[in-house]
Design a binder for this molecule. Structure first.
Ligand code: DC
Length: 232
C-alpha cells in the first residue's frame, strides 16, 4: 500500500536553517516544498519598488490598495529542482534575499490583509498534502492539524553568524553587527505582532540546532517524518 501523504509544518526564528532542512526533507520524501517567507518577501519587494515602504515611511493604506494586483506564485527551477518565487510572473528569488528586504519584511508581515491573502493561498497549496511548508505560523494558523510540526531555534549569535556568511558569499556588503541587529529585531516584531505571532504550537517538536551539524539535524528530522507518515 502506498504511504499516506502528510503535511509537515516547520516554524521557528529567523535564520535557523528552516528552509535548508525543509528542502532536504521534501526531496527525500518526494514532497512539495513551500517557502512562505519568500511570499512575504516578494510582497515587501513590490512595496519597496513602488516606494510604499522606505527607511522613514510606510504607507499601509497604499499597500492594501495594491494588494489585489500582486500575484505570487512558485515555479520549479529545472536546474536545481527547487521552487522559486515569482512576483507578477517575474522570478525574484535573488532580489528577495537581500538584507534590505529583510529589514522591511516583518513590518509587511504584520499587516492582517497581507497575511489573509497569503494564508488562503498556502491553504490551497496544501490541500492534497505531501507538502513541507516553512514559516512562522504554519503549525499554529495555516495548518493547525499538520501531522508533523517542528519548531526550530538557535542562539541569535549562531543564526547571525550563518546569515552573515551567506550574505557575504552572495557578494552583499554587510557587517556582522547589522545582520545580528536584523535577526534580533525581526524576532521581536514577528513574536509580538497581534496577528499570528511567532510561537511554538503546543504539539510542535522543538529543535535547537545551535550545536547540530546539518547532517545530524537532517537525519533526526527524517526519522520524525517517517514515523509521522507511518502513524498517519
Ligand atoms: O523565513 P524568512 O526569514 O524568509 O521570512 C521573512 C519574514 O516573513 C519573517 O521575518 C516573518 C515573515 N513571515 C511570516 O510572518 N509568516 C510566515 N509564515 C513566513 C514568514
Amino acid at each position: 500500500m502506498e504511504d499516506k501523504k502528510i503535511i509537515i509544518a516547520i516554524d521557528g526564528h529567523s535564520s535557523t536553517g528552516k528552509s535548508t532542512v525543509a528542502k532536504q526533507l521534501a526531496k527525500a520524501l518526494g514532497y512539495v516544498y513551500v517557502d512562505t517567507g519568500a511570499m512575504y518577501r516578494a510582497i515587501t519587494l513590490h512595496a519597496m519598488r513602488k516606494a510604499i515602504i522606505g527607511p522613514l515611511h510606510f504607507e499601509k493604506d497604499k499597500l492594501e490598495g495594491v494588494l489585489p494586483e500582486i500575484n505570487i506564485r512558485f515555479e520549479v527551477n529545472p536546474k536545481t529542482g527547487v521552487a522559486e518565487v515569482l512576483l507578477n510572473d517575474k522570478n525574484v528569488e535573488r532580489e528577495i534575499r537581500t538584507l534590505e528586504v529583510s529589514k522591511y519584511v516583518s513590518k509587511i508581515a504584520a499587516i492582517s490583509s497581507v497575511r489573509k491573502k497569503l494564508v488562503e493561498q498556502q491553504n490551497e497549496m496544501g490541500k492534497d498534502k505531501g507538502i513541507v511548508m516553512d514559516g512562522r505560523d504554519i503549525g499554529t494558523v495555516v495548518f493547525p492539524n499538520a501531522e508533523l510540526k517542528l519548531f526550530m531555534t538557535a542562539t541569535a549569535k549562531d543564526r547571525a553568524e550563518r546569515r552573515y556568511l551567506e550574505l557575504k558569499e552572495r557578494g552583499e556588503e554587510v557587517t556582522y553587527e547589522d545582520v545580528l541587529k536584523n535577526v534580533v529585531n525581526r524576532d521581536h516584531i514577528d513574536s509580538t505582532r497581534k496577528d499570528s505571532p511567532l510561537r511554538k504550537a503546543s504539539d510542535a517538536i522543538k529543535i535547537d540546532n545551535s550545536n547540530l551539524t546539518l547532517q545530524d539535524q537532517f537525519e533526526q528530522i527524517l526519522v520524525l517524518a517517517k514515523n509521522a507518515i507511518k502513524n498517519a
